[in-house]
Design a protein around this ligand. Structure first.
Ligand SMILES: Cc1cc2nc3c(=O)[nH]c(=O)nc-3n(C[C@H](O)[C@H](O)[C@H](O)COP(=O)(O)OP(=O)(O)OC[C@H]3O[C@@H](n4cnc5c(N)ncnc54)[C@H](O)[C@@H]3O)c2cc1C
Length: 455
């Protein structure tokens, strides 16, 4: 006969899903009817970045993360659950936490990227029971008109098939209400450090030139409308922004403006909340559909759906190809020994915004100073690194990972691979003509002037 400790807790690890509502993994943990220990890890350099000697994470990335965690912590506190912030990405700390608390299992979001999967494998290898839940896509795998191991090779076919089959996006879930916290003994928490010292978001001030203007502090629910040009981290801030954005004329204009370079208005700026999961993609879609019912569909509202499909596509690609997307030659049939050229010095100059190409240098300064970059400039600087400087695309992806406040492993790897021409698209890579990009997108030099200096 086995003895079951009914008071034993379950550990919930918040990864890129920093929200309580529409979080199937969190809902599953709460449904176990056990007290919950909530943990997260402060971001540190991943193995992908360490491999390229990247010195550290940008202040913007750390601050947006800290501001998001502060909001999550506030929401959990209201439920009587404290959030432990562990440092260093060390899985041993989770194992220790499990052993000292007698936790029956750990529940978390599944992330289908090699480094993130290795984290769960090491927990399982230590004997921990780990339940991971695939949940960051718009759709459920079983609703797709093809199996995830047989994905259409190009995005347009993926989109056409999804649209033809009218695949429903996952219905957002409410936040669970029956949740209780677990009292940790002081022995258990001695190895837990708080993030408040190093990455205090309240001291962070966004660069006034940044295309993503945010402020620390909670969204005040008494404010009916969030100021669209100055936003807040966390679920409440994200939902307030989403509501205000969808009430504005920006949606209808999105298709025409989305290739802009400066200011908050040219694109949706949904990615910072999506990346940390403060708002889920199905929640964004539900709000977008409600907007279309109330105000009518436009080219802009359709194009936002189109872009969210790109986000999904890179996620499904990861499920299909996994580690293949991280090889030097990506999915190309090439011997593993075949090297991708890389020039360390050129890479460093690129990261510092000192390549001598005005447009690229402006983009790299914007990235370093603000943690954000328009989609157009992400494409331009990525193409320049790969095709003009002859550097390894994976180094560029790692630099973006360290800098972007909206870093998302799937979208980042997928887009870099796409520009390098090493993914599924048979048309090869995307080499951008810099003179043409400059003439088309910065004809008067306003963008280059804005970012002619660093901070
Ligand atoms: C080299 C490169 C690296 C990138 N790295 C990231 C990353 O780490 N994190 C990230 O979120 N996006 C990444 N992107 C995709 C895209 O640039 C950003 O999602 C977008 O610029 C975010 O701003 P927005 O929310 O205003 O986008 P909008 O143009 O308003 O689009 C709405 C949403 O659609 C999705 N989306 C739009 N374009 C893409 C795309 N090309 N691929 C996948 N999803 C897309 C995003 O979720 C975005 O929030 C990268 C693109 C390139 C070219």
């Amino acid at each position: 006969m086995s003895l079951v400790n009914v008071g034993a807790p379950v550990i919930y690890w918040f990864r890129s899903d920093m929200r309580l509502q529409d979080n199937p993994a969190w809902t599953r943990a709460c449904a176990m009817g056990r007290p919950v220990i909530a943990v997260t890890f402060a971001p540190v350099l991943s193995a992908r970045e360490v491999a390229w000697g990247i010195p550290g994470l940008s202040p913007s990335r750390k601050a947006w993360w800290a501001a998001t965690v502060q909001e999550l912590r506030r929401e959990l506190d209201a439920l009587g659950v404290s959030l432990l912030v562990l440092r260093g990405g060390a899985m041993e700390d989770l194992v220790r936490l499990c052993e000292t608390s007698g936790a029956v299992a750990l529940v978390c979001e599944e992330i289908a990227a090699p480094y993130e999967e290795a984290q769960l494998s090491s927990l399982r290898a230590s004997g921990m029971v780990v339940h991971s839940v695939w949940q960051s896509t718009l759709f459920k795998a079983e609703d797709l008109p093809f199996s995830v191991t047989n994905l259409p090779g190009v995005f347009t076919r993926f989109r056409n098939e999804v649209e033809r089959a009218k695949v429903p996006f996952r219905t957002p879930l409410p936040a669970p209400v029956n949740v209780s916290g677990y009292d940790l003994t002081s022995d258990t928490v001695t190895f837990v450090e708080d993030f408040a010292d190093g990455e205090d978001a309240s001291k962070f001030v966004a660069d006034s030139r940044s295309a993503f203007q945010w402020r620390s502090g909670s969204f005040d629910a008494n404010d009916e409308v969030l100021h669209l040009d100055e936003v807040r981290a966390g679920s409440a801030g994200g939902h307030a922004y989403l509501r205000s954005y969808l009430e504005s004329s920006r949606v209808a204009q999105y298709k025409a403006t989305r290739n802009g370079l400066t200011g908050m208005a040219y694109s949706s700026k949904w990615s910072p909340w999506l990346a940390l999961g403060a708002v889920s993609a199905p929640e964004m879609m539900a709000a977008l559909k409600a907007h279309e019912r109330n105000h009518g569909a436009t080219d802009g509202s359709y194009w936002l759906w189109f872009e969210l499909l790109w986000r999904d596509y890179f996620r499904w690609l990861h499920l299909q190809y996994g580690v293949g997307l991280y090889r030097p030659k990506g999915l190309l049939e090439a011997p593993m020994s075949e090297r991708v050229p890389h020039h360390r010095r050129s890479f460093t100059l690129w990261t510092e915004g000192r390549t001598g190409c005005d447009l690229v240098d402006a983009g790299m300064r914007e990235l370093a100073c603000s943690g954000y970059l328009s989609n157009r400039m992400r494409q331009v600087v990525a193409s320049f690194l790969i095709y003009e400087l002859g550097c390894d695309w994976r180094a560029g992806a790692a630099w973006f990972e360290s800098q972007l406040l909206d870093f998302d492993v799937y979208s980042n790897q997928g887009n870099w691979l796409y520009i390098a021409g090493l993914g599924t698209d048979p048309r090869g890579g995307r080499r951008f003509n810099i003179a043409k990009q400059t003439a088309d997108h910065d004809p008067d030099g306003a963008y280059r002037a804005l970012w002619s200096t660093g901070s």
